[in-house]
Design a protein around this ligand. Structure first.
Ligand SMILES: [Zn+2]
Length: 461
């Protein structure tokens, strides 16, 4: 069966994040909502042909899943780790994958017959955060993404700073410890060699090999070759001495890197992202903020916030879509092309039920940033806080997916529901405004608001 979505809705774009382990492709509408996504493993062995085939397959799969054809797309944005030549669609150097010297852009353009935008993954991640994430209101942003490696990007007034040789933003290779540990790039003591997930894992493994004890030996079942972010989180929660020490050290390095960025560029905001940081943010962020706030350089202290990514894994694909929109002359940063998602109208919300557009729900609901209505699961809150009247950060991860500018919370007619302190911190660290109001007032405020918004409405006890 074939159905063209283009005829009855917004323009469609495809964002592709080609990572060292996974290729992610998302089908995205012009207002930034993801309507379908697909992930495939990046082939470890084999040459560029295998990697290209994996990229093509991921794109074909997501199109098939959404019943859309390549001809329905306005443009495709591709993000690749490494140094790229965006104009030639060429990967100049990709240290972690078999794509060096490959003209990925022109190859895919021939294959799908659609304009292809092309860029470095972390650069595009910064662009994504500027478009729809924590930096949405900031004139300039530096994003620092801490993962297997550390990458970054600098966006000013909606434009990426590409550098003289298209290699700006390689913040992971700022040397922070002369003669320090060897980095993947060949230099010693790079930021990446001190604070990336790879560096954290290396330090833990070395310390355990020297006889230090850690809960991780148990959590990993003795196999320390893969240490997941969630395991680090659990070890921190259990006050594991070794993990606490190593993550504290990594957080300090990240803090000093933020300070360096501020002294060099003084961006309006710095956005931090990546698995370890997001999983361990309540431990790591106060350390980072403490270092940034204790800056002695006069005048450097005020303003310039350090925030967390509001888009998580989607920052790079959405940045690729932003770049694709720019390529076809429909930049999301130009007012006339700034498309807002279509939101439903909340018709009524009484005790025990809520009507959104034509549909009535006999329970709490939330409406995400793309306008989709979802039923609120109270189990999570009950498990964590003993009451469904508490909203914590875990629940906000779902409700605020896609980075709304503002969240309206209908706290019930008698105002029973409230955000716990960590939830408020979750929102402020992602620059998401929040209004908690008695349900009828929240409904009114939601219907009236013209911002990119989300809401959670409580109607049942
Ligand atoms: Zn390096």
């Amino acid at each position: 069966m074939k159905a063209s979505r283009k005829t009855n809705s917004e323009r469609l774009y495809l964002g592709v994040d080609v990572g060292g382990t996974k290729v992610q492709a998302s089908l995205v509408v012009e207002s930034g909502g993801t309507i379908e996504r697909r992930r495939c493993n990046t082939p470890r062995d084999g040459g560029p042909e295998e990697v290209l085939a994996a990229i093509e397959k991921t794109i074909d799969d997501v199109l098939a899943k959404a019943r859309v054809e390549a001809a329905d797309l306005t443009a495709i944005g591709i993000a690749v780790p490494g140094v790229v030549d965006p104009d030639a669609g060429l990967v100049v150097v990709a240290p972690n994958m078999n794509l060096t010297g490959v003209a990925v852009g022109s190859h895919l353009e021939d294959r799908f017959n659609v304009p292809i935008a092309f860029g470095n993954d972390c650069n595009l991640g910064a662009l994504g955060e500027k478009w729809l994430g924590s930096a949405r209101d900031a004139e300039s942003v530096v994003a620092i993404l801490v993962g297997t490696g550390i990458g970054g990007g600098f966006v000013q007034k909606g434009e990426l700073w590409r550098g003289a040789r298209e290699s700006a933003g390689e913040i992971g290779h700022i040397v922070m410890q002369i003669g320090g540990p060897k980095c993947g790039c060949g230099n010693r003591g790079c930021f990446e060699a001190l604070a990336s997930r790879t560096a954290i894992e290396r330090d833990i493994r070395q310390a355990i090999a020297r006889g230090r004890k850690s809960l991780l030996s148990e959590l990993t079942g003795g196999d320390l070759s893969v240490i997941r972010s969630g395991m680090l989180r659990r070890a921190l929660d259990a006050d594991d001495e070794l993990v606490t020490e190593i993550i504290r050290r990594a957080s300090q390095v990240i803090g000093y890197a933020c300070l360096t960025v501020r002294h060099l560029i003084d961006p309006h905001v710095i956005v931090l992202g990546g698995g370890v940081l997001e999983a361990c943010s309540d431990f790591m962020m106060p350390i980072v903020e403490g270092i940034v706030d204790s800056d002695c350089l006069p005048g450097a202290r005020a303003g310039g916030r350090v925030l967390l990514s509001a888009l998580g894994d989607d920052a790079v694909v959405l940045g690729a879509v932003a770049e694709a929109r720019k390529l076809v002359g429909r930049s999301p940063f130009e007012k006339r092309f700034a498309v807002k998602p279509r939101y439903p109208q909340i018709v009524s919300a009484d005790f025990g039920q809520i009507t959104v557009d034509q549909k009535t729900y006999n329970r709490d609901v939330y409406i995400g940033v793309t306008g989709n209505v979802k039923k609120r699961s109270k189990t999570l809150a009950k498990e964590l806080y003993g009451s469904s009247h508490s909203i914590g950060p875990k629940e906000l991860e779902q409700v605020c997916q896609g980075g709304p500018e503002v969240l309206f919370v209908g706290s019930g007619h008698s105002g029973m529901v409230e955000l716990i302190e960590e939830a408020r911190r979750y929102l402020s660290q992602r620059a998401i405004k929040c209004e908690v109001l008695p349900t009828p007032k929240a409904v009114e405020a939601y219907n009236k608001s013209k911002q990119r918004k989300a809401t959670l409405i409580h109607v049942t006890c």
